[in-house]
Design a protein around this ligand. Structure first.
Ligand SMILES: Nc1ncnc2c1ncn2[C@@H]1O[C@H](COP(=O)(O)OP(=O)(O)OP(=O)(O)O)[C@@H](O)[C@H]1O
Ligand SMILES: [Mg+2]
Length: 341
């Protein structure tokens, strides 16, 4: 498939902060559970739940996935219905502004089918309340009209499974969170798992990639499958244009260096964050909003996409007073901490 055509199909709601376009989710995204790599514990628990639901002939319990972007929440939400042999409707929390926006999805449900709500933390409270009875009793009560002429209509729904995904589990209200029988946190991937993803996808892309190149790409993918795919696609372009389509460790390194992805996998935006915190705020503590304003990006982008990995890698810490560089952060940026000059 032509590169352009592939990119047009990529997920429109995910941010395009990367230097390279988003990966063609539709072609590299696993379609079945056994095509997925890693997240073994999560997978095992889900398989048990699916097995049990199928043998009882009941719909699967509602499932909530949380974790940083690109770790497989949407992928799980698409492979689970495939395993169950059922259909899935995809909605986004940001699009469900009023209760009426929820209705077409709920009334379209077939028995045992799945409704996936991405970014479920963005569902407003007024809509969320309709989800409570839908999830618990497979019923919705709609109020029509206003004041004395208002009447309530009760709709019976077909038993279904709600799958919610969020990067911000903390923003979910307790009543909503508690209505999910299964809650799974998706964590970062091991380098060996990313290597395996790169290896499998290079086969799909018909691009021979040796172990060394796969290791370079994996090590620079911030423990995130989406980034591993993006990096792999860029390495493919680079190799096709500069090395007759032959990928080696050296070629992969040169390709990723060229788009500003360093040895740890940090991209320009990640380093821009560290740079800002170091130079403008003297290493911190600095507030998220202040850093976001200075960098001219949204604080949501920083909080969802940039900070989790920097925190995990201990390049920054978060305290009540704000974000601060760590000694490791300074070391990575090849700078001395203030006071050591
Ligand atoms: N376990 C996995 N095995 C193989 N590939 C994976 C796995 N998880 C994710 N991927 C790949 O990474 C891509 C991004 O994953 P996905 O869209 O599921 O992330 P997400 O958690 O929904 O991210 P976001 O929070 O941005 O919506 C997928 O299209 C798929 O190609
Ligand atoms: Mg997603």
């Amino acid at each position: 498939m032509a590169r352009e055509a592939v990119y047009q199909q990529s997920d429109p709601e995910t941010s395009a902060a990367e230097e390279v376009p988003h990966e063609p989710d539709t072609s590299l995204r696993p379609r079945r559970m056994d095509e997925m790599v890693g997240q073994r514990d999560v997978m095992e628990r889900l398989k048990i739940a699916i097995d049990a639901a199928q043998s009882r002939g009941e719909p699967l319990g509602h499932i909530l996935f949380d974790g940083p972007p690109g770790l497989g929440k949407t992928t799980f939400a698409t492979v689970i219905p495939a395993e169950m042999g059922t259909v899935v409707q995809m909605a986004n929390g940001a699009g469900l502004k009023a209760p009426k926006d929820l209705l077409p999805y709920l009334t379209n449900l077939s028995e045992g089918s799945v409704l996936f709500i991405d970014e479920i933390h963005r569902v407003p409270r007024a809509v969320e309340e309709y989800l409570y009875t839908a999830m618990e009793d497979f019923r919705i009560d709609i109020v029509l009209g206003e004041g004395v002429s208002a009447r309530t209509l009760n709709y019976e729904l077909r038993p279904f499974t709600l799958i919610g995904a969020t990067t911000r589990a903390g923003m979910l209200s307790a009543p909503l969170r508690d209505r999910f029988q299964i809650r799974e946190h998706l964590g970062w991937y091991a380098d060996s798992e990313l290597c395996e993803i790169v290896r499998r996808n290079s086969i799909k892309l018909k691009l021979p990639v040796d172990d060394e190149s796969a290791a370079v790409i994996a090590a620079r993918s911030r423990r995130t499958p989406r980034l591993a795919n993006n990096r792999l696609l860029w390495v493919r372009d680079y190799a096709q244009s500069k090395a007759n389509g032959q990928v080696s460790g050296k070629i992969a390194t040169a390709a990723l260096d060229m788009i500003g992805i360093d040895k740890m996998g940090l991209d320009k935006q990640d380093r821009g964050y560290l740079e800002t915190l170091m130079r403008v705020f003297g290493g911190g503590p600095a507030g998220l909003e202040a850093i976001a304003h200075t960098m001219n990006v949204s604080s949501d982008t920083l909080e969802d996409e940039v900070e989790p990995f920097l925190l995990r890698s201990e390049l920054i810490v978060r305290s009540r007073r704000g974000r601060m560089m760590t000694a490791l952060g300074y070391q990575h940026m090849k700078q001395l901490p203030p006071g050591k000059l």
